[in-house]
Design a binder for this molecule. Structure first.
Ligand SMILES: [Mg+2]
Length: 227
């Protein structure tokens, strides 16, 4: 029997806005920084985007590999990693229909964001998307006590449930990544809705994963409204 949820937990990156937009700005900033140290910014930029596409944004050592392929001095790597972390986007576009979908969900239950990543970066994304005013709260898992609490660790989801007096079994998680968003819902006995947007859209669900899969966040919100 499905019923109206106590709490709606929503992922940020690639669920509410395209993370590729953030990465595009970050690689541009890294290349421009390298240009000030005598490296060809256009060549480095081309390698950064290519390496990121090859191994995925979470693949690691993207800057080191791109520097190597550009033939640039590897001593630049720490400066460029710092530039990547310091990048603050001025504006990030939400996916179409997200604002209206969030407003619709908010009439059903509190809507909160559960997101992983460097806290300064995730705060910058919350600011650049303008999303803060459209949700009842958020949790950046690292701020609870470290990166070991990132999804699929249940700490963030349980923290939000406690804060909003919600039963995890009556909570819905909407997100794009099987190994994070769907796995954390599985860990807490929450319902899961997968959206097929962003970098991980082609990734298969884990065996045994129980979730509804929809193309967009707007469609996912319509589905949750039908519970
Ligand atoms: Mg995501």
């Amino acid at each position: 029997v499905v019923s109206s949820p106590d709490l709606i937990v929503v992922d940020l990156d690639d669920t509410l806005y395209p993370q590729a937009e953030y990465l595009a700005g970050a690689w541009k900033h890294v290349a421009e920084t390298a240009g000030r140290y005598g490296t060809d910014p256009a060549a480095l930029h081309a390698h950064l985007t290519r390496v990121c596409a090859e191994r995925g944004s979470g693949g690691g050592a993207i800057i080191d590999t791109a520097l190597h392929r550009t033939g640039a001095d590897p001593v630049l790597a720490p400066v460029l990693v710092a530039a990547f972390k310091a990048f603050r986007p001025a504006h990030l576009p939400l996916y179409p229909g997200v604002q209206a979908a969030l407003a619709g969900l908010a009439r059903i239950a509190p809507v909160v964001i559960l997101t992983d990543g460097d806290p300064d970066t995730q705060h910058a994304k919350l600011d650049a998307t303008g999303i803060r005013e459209h949700v009842a709260g958020f949790c950046i898992t690292d701020e609870l006590g470290g990166r070991h609490l990132r999804k699929p660790d249940p700490a963030g989801l349980l923290h939000l449930c406690a804060t909003f007096n919600a039963d995890p079994a009556r909570t819905v998680v909407i997100g794009d990544r099987p190994g994070k968003d769907l796995a954390v819902a599985h860990a807490t006995g929450s319902r899961a809705v997968r959206v097929l947007t962003g970098e991980y859209a082609g990734q298969a669900n884990d065996p045994g994963c129980v979730c509804v899969t929809l193309p967009t966040f707007a469609a996912a919100a319509d589905h949750v409204a039908s519970f």
